[in-house]
Every structure is written in structure tokens, then in C-alpha cells.
Design a protein around this ligand. Structure first.
Ligand code: ZN
Ligand code: ZN
Ligand code: ZN
Ligand code: ZN
Length: 301
């Protein structure tokens, strides 16, 4: 059985790391229950045995992410023509026309609704469109109606747009892929760090990045697209990594590489440098794993 899993380190080849999003890495951590002894007793009982990211989901994000009556606008609208609206503005019903070769046109098509609106009902502000973000990671700004502008504004900060681990977007878009690797690191780190509040102090309104599910707001996706979010989160990751490096309690949660046996513990969240055996879940450096069989599994035979 091949134990060096397919995601051997090359970040230039995104596909090789795709497995990171699906495998059973979550089970590598120690029993997390000892992290909750500081919670109020009723919450401790309620969440006993759950990982911090699961508690975060259950307590804060579940309602937002699973609310069925939020229109997420993740499907492209049908392509309407003026005649489908009887040549009237979709909102105020004023007569509208495309003019002659667009000269004298008094309306425009809203990319969000796919409908035509008169010039008064179109917004001068252009916006990113949720369905375009999920369809092709296109976060450019498009013409929208005022109606669409207010609808997009309402959902702009809500982490209701999910990118699944098998999404084709991850294979097509390197920026997004690299952010997903970073997000995965943050998620795994959140579940092992001695005090989850340390993460919360840094991430504040971006705590959705600690969830196992990849749920983003349109704002998140826009800032991933323009590179700004990645810089910020990478900075936080470095700070948290330093904490774990120096913290006795966090170091106790690390593992010793079973191949090189080096005294410095390694951590499953450090997915660019650390991997594990698919069969026995023992952890080792990616470099050590190269072209060797898992000593633990060999011993068991
Ligand atoms: Zn109008
Ligand atoms: Zn610590
Ligand atoms: Zn090693
Ligand atoms: Zn093994």
C-alpha cells in the first residue's frame, strides 16, 4: 500500500495538495476536551468532546450558513431581453429602450438580476456578483441596479458562499487554491492551540476561516481575489505559529516525527511541511517521508 499520499509537497502543482481538504487529518489532534475546562459549566457539558471549530460552527455560524431563507444568489439569472419585460423598467415600470445601436438608450442590464432597469433605477456603483464569484472566481465589479446594490450590500459580510473541496475553482485558480491551503492551516491550528481565544483576538470578524467548511462572504472572496486577505491572514498565521513554537502547553500537543525522531515536535496543521500515514495516521516531516515506507506500519506487519 502506498502511504506517501498524493499530496507530496509541490505547491506549484495545486492538484497535489487537493487531498489536504478531504483527508482525515482532523483526527490527528489530541482529545480537545481539555481545552474547554475554562468554559462556563453549561457550555462545557453541552459541547463536551467537540473541537473548537465545531463549537464555533454550532454556536455562531450554523444559523447564518444554514438559514434556508437567505437568497444566496449563487445561480446565474436567465438572460432576459427587453421584450420579456414589455419594454418597461423592471422596478419602476417606466418605458425603456435600447435606442438605436445604443444611441438614445435609457436603460441597462443589471448583471445581478439579469433584468433591464431604467437609468434612474441603475446604480452608479459597480459591484462584485456572488454567482460570478462562485462560477469562475470572477470578482470584478459589474453594472447593477440600485435594487441589486442593496441586496448585495445586505449579504456582503455574511459567510454564506461555500467553496467545496472538490470545486473546479480550486484547480483553475492558483490564488484561491493557495488561500484555501492557508485557511486549512488556520482551521487545524485553531483546533489544537492551547487557547482558541488567541486566534479569536487576531481574526475577530474572520472567524469563519477557522471552520472546517469553506464558507466565505462576498467580501472575503473579493479580498482573496485582490490578495489583501491572504497577506493579513498569513501574518496572523506567523504570529500564531510563533506562539505554538514557544508555548509549553502547545508543544505538548505536537508529535515527534517517527522517521527522524527529531526532538522538536511537529504539528499536523503545518501542512506544507508535515504529512502523515494514511493507514496509521502517524505524523512525519514531508522531507522525511520522501520515498520511505511508514516505519510504524512496517512494524505492525
Ligand atoms: Zn426604473
Ligand atoms: Zn499555547
Ligand atoms: Zn522527520
Ligand atoms: Zn503507518
Amino acid at each position: 500500500m502506498s502511504w506517501i499520499n498524493q499530496n507530496q509537497v509541490t505547491l506549484n502543482k495545486p492538484n497535489n495538495l487537493l487531498g489536504l481538504f478531504t483527508q482525515s487529518r482532523d483526527s490527528l489532534h489530541h482529545d480537545p476536551s481539555d481545552q474547554f475546562t475554562k468554559l462556563p459549566p453549561h457550555l462545557y457539558n453541552k459541547h463536551k468532546g467537540k473541537k473548537p471549530s465545531q463549537i464555533l460552527y454550532d454556536e455562531i455560524y450554523k444559523d447564518i450558513i444554514e438559514t434556508p431563507n437567505i437568497n444566496r444568489f449563487v445561480q446565474p439569472p436567465p438572460q432576459y431581453e427587453l421584450k420579456d419585460q414589455n419594454f418597461k423598467c423592471w422596478q419602476c415600470q417606466k418605458p425603456i429602450s435600447n435606442g438605436f445601436l445604443t444611441i438614445g438608450a435609457n436603460c441597462d442590464q443589471c448583471f445581478f438580476h439579469g433584468r433591464y432597469f431604467c437609468n434612474d433605477c441603475m446604480s452608479v456603483v459597480r459591484m462584485s456578483i456572488p454567482w460570478k464569484a462562485l462560477d469562475s472566481f470572477d470578482l470584478r465589479h459589474y453594472k447593477v441596479s440600485k435594487l441589486a446594490q442593496s441586496e448585495i450590500d445586505k449579504l456582503y459580510d455574511l459567510p454564506i458562499l461555500e467553496i467545496t473541496p472538490t470545486s473546479k475553482l480550486l484547480q483553475l485558480n492558483k490564488t484561491l487554491f493557495e488561500f484555501m491551503v492557508l485557511k486549512r492551516q488556520i482551521h487545524l491550528l485553531y483546533d489544537m492551540i492551547c487557547d482558541p481565544k488567541l486566534v479569536q483576538t487576531l481574526l475577530e470578524k474572520r472567524m469563519n476561516l477557522c471552520l472546517k467548511r469553506n464558507c466565505f462572504s462576498l467580501k472575503d472572496l473579493y479580498e482573496i481575489y485582490n490578495g489583501s486577505l491572504s497577506k493579513v491572514i498569513q501574518g496572523y498565521y506567523v504570529i500564531l505559529f510563533k506562539h505554538i513554537d514557544l508555548c509549553k502547553s502547545c508543544q505538548k500537543r505536537g508529535h515527534i516525527c517517527i522517521i527522524c525522531q527529531h526532538v522538536v515536535p511537529i504539528h499536523a496543521f503545518d501542512i506544507k511541511n508535515v504529512t502523515y500515514c494514511d493507514t496509521c495516521l502517524k505524523v512525519f516531516h514531508r522531507d522525511c517521508a520522501e520515498s520511505k515506507s511508514c516505519p510504524n506500519c512496517l512494524q505492525q506487519r
